[in-house]
Structures are given as C-alpha cells and as structure tokens.
Design a protein around this ligand. Sequence first.
Ligand code: GUN
Ligand code: ZN
Length: 430
Amino acid sequence: METLIAGQVVQFLGDPFVIPPTEAVQVQSDGAILVRDGKVVSIGGRDHMRAKHPDAVFHDHGPGLITPGFIDAHAHYPQTAMIASWGKRLIDWLNSYTFPEEMKFADRAYADDIAGRYLDLLLANGTTTVTSFCTIHPGSVEALFEAAEARGMRIVAGKTCMDRDTAPEGLRDTAQSAYDDSKALLERWHERGRATYAITPRFSPTSTPEQLEALGALWAEHPSCLMQTHLSEQLDEIEWVKGLYPTARDYLDTYEQFGLVREGALFGHAIHLEPREIDHLRANDCSLIHCPTSNTFIGSGLFDMGARKAEGHRVGLATDTGGGSSFSLLRTMAAAYEIGQLTHTALHPAQLLWLATYGSAHALHMQDRIGSIAPGMEADFTVLDLASTPAIAQRAIRAETIWEEVFPTIMMGDDRAVIATYVMGHRVAV
Ligand code: GUN
Ligand code: ZN
C-alpha cells in the first residue's frame, strides 16, 4: 500500500550551521511525499505526485508544514508525573522530587502506566523518537521498550545505574548487578525492531569507579550500543565530582578513565566545560545534548551553541523532561533561541528546526534512518499548523518569507500546532 502525504515539505540540503540556513533548509510548498512500507520513496510537487500515484491513500495537509518527526535526544520518562516541581536546584531537586518518584517504578504496573502516557504525550507534541533514561529497575526499561514497540516508535533507552550511597536506599544497584541487568536488557532489546539500547550510568556522582569500569567493559563488549549520561550541568555538581574523584583531571575524565568517552557517547547538558574537556569531546566525536528548558528551569547555565557548533561538535536538542519544563520540542526550540540570544548567537528558525530533527538524529548516529525527509528514510513526520492560535495567526499572516511565518510557531507554538504525527507512514492519533 502506498500513501501520499501533501503539504509544505521541509528538506535538508546541508548543515545550516555551515552553509547559509535558507540554502541548507528548503521548504517545498505544494509538495507531497510518497511512502511505501514505512519509508519515503520520493518527494515531488503535489499535483504531479497525485497524477502519478492515483491509487495511493491521500492525506492532504494543505499549507501544513511537514517536518521530519521531532527527536528528543535526552529525557527521563520516569519524571513525567513530577514535571514542573518548584523551587530547587539540581542536587536538591534530585533528592526532593526525582528520587522519590523514581522509587515508584519498582512497581511494573506503575511503569507501564507512565510509559504509555509519556509516549502518547510525545506523539501529541510531534516527537516520534526519544532517548530516555529509565530507573534502576529493569522493569522500567521493559515498560518503555514495550510501549514504544506497541506504537512502532524508534526509541533509545537504558537502565539507569547508581551504586553509590549518594543515591538513596531503594534506588541503588551494585557494579555487578548494573552490569548483569544492563547486559540482559541490551541482549533482549538492542536493535530489536526500532529499539536501541543505551548503557546508562546516571552521572559520576551516583556511581562508584567500579560501576563506571563495569559499564565501560560492557560497552566495549557491545560497541554498537549508545551510552548516555550527564556532564557538567551545574557548578555545585562539578565541585561535588571533584571531591568524589580527587585524582580525575576534570569531570569528563571520570568517564574517560573507564572507556566511556568515545563515538556513541551522549552527554546531557555539557554546559560548564574546561578547554581540555571540549577538546577531548570533539576529538572522540562525542555528542553534546542541549537541554535548554531544563538549563533555565533548574538554574544550570547557558550552553554555548554557537561555539560548540563552530568547533564541529555533534549537538542534539532535548527536553530533559522532567528537569525540563515541557514535553514539546517547539517549546524547546524557543528556549534554545532565547539561550542563543544570551550567548550572542541568534539561531535561525531553520537551524532550530534542523537541531530538533537532523541534529538530534546525527547526535544519536541515526541520521541514515531518521531526522530528514528523503528517499529511503523512515517515514516519521510531524505536520504543523503555522496559524494554530489567534496570537500566532495574526503574526504569521504578516510574514513575507516562509521562515518569518515558521518562527512564531517555534516561539509560541505547543501541541495545538501539531496537526498530525506520522510513525513509519501511519498517522497516529494525537
Ligand atoms: N543529573 C543526574 N540526574 C539528573 C536528572 O535526572 N536530571 C537532570 N536534569 N540532571 C541530572
Ligand atoms: Zn537528564
């Protein structure tokens, strides 16, 4: 069966941080995408494609903007129910809100309930792929992979590992059990359908060196997995790491000594970096994941997108739910724009859209499958109404270019702007 999906189609011809954004990202008005067996076959003009494929099921989105499905490169699905918790900074926030909530995932039924609710919220917000931490409980990982599989979604996830007494009783594993449980889970889920396993030490302050060493060994044994963790999010956290790892050269070194700094490593936040860390992250082709709503919500600091992109880092964009204050990558793009203004980099709307799709896919080493609309790519799309509210509509109507029209939706849009979400060419209910 073939499907033809019509609208204004976003296409990427290059990196908008390298070539001018309006050359790198182009929008075909009156376009259409032909999909077969979950993949993009071809893209062309609406009338031409209609005439050529008269038997295809036709979805016409009129002036709707068809973008690649949004990709959230760092989130914590177990924090869904405590998003928007007031008044704390990172370490207090973890102890007061996060850890008590994560304890509840010992109950598999609770994990199933939140996992399903979370993925449905993502689809309603136009996010088709997420890279998520789970909790220390293997059942929390099974719950998310199963919920994603039921929805046909591409997903990256892993068991969060914490074995230090800095984590509370009830949320601790051991170096050996973290290795064994992660291994069993990755053997079951890695590369099963659209699933990818990420080995997941939460961050160095909640792991012993023995645990980081065990997870480094596991990654060496299963090198096609990804590895996700946190790096240099808050200044207090960095001081804490220095105390816990007195011989480390810097925060990155606490991972580097154990083989956790290489291609396929995803470092959430990575805000307050030393020159050595910047050099080694780049030389080892690691991915930096920008979490702008979280970085302001928890009061962490300003990620310097302009500098990191100019240095040639892989950079993805993420909500960091529930440290982040939104499930929406539109809201996340808006926050990235605002932080860009504070770091003297006015991000173009084409760059923001690219970061939330191709940029995240590239950070996850999945740009050959997701993150752009091109022949052979998986057919995950988000369709945006560029006039979804009266406030946005009255601004968009004055626009003289497509990017001037798109920008108000990036800055002011939310799930009401998402007209449709497609997963492998199937329109899902949002
Ligand atoms: N660092 C370690 N764990 C977490 C977490 O759950 N959220 C955020 N934002 N930072 C972290
Ligand atoms: Zn995080």
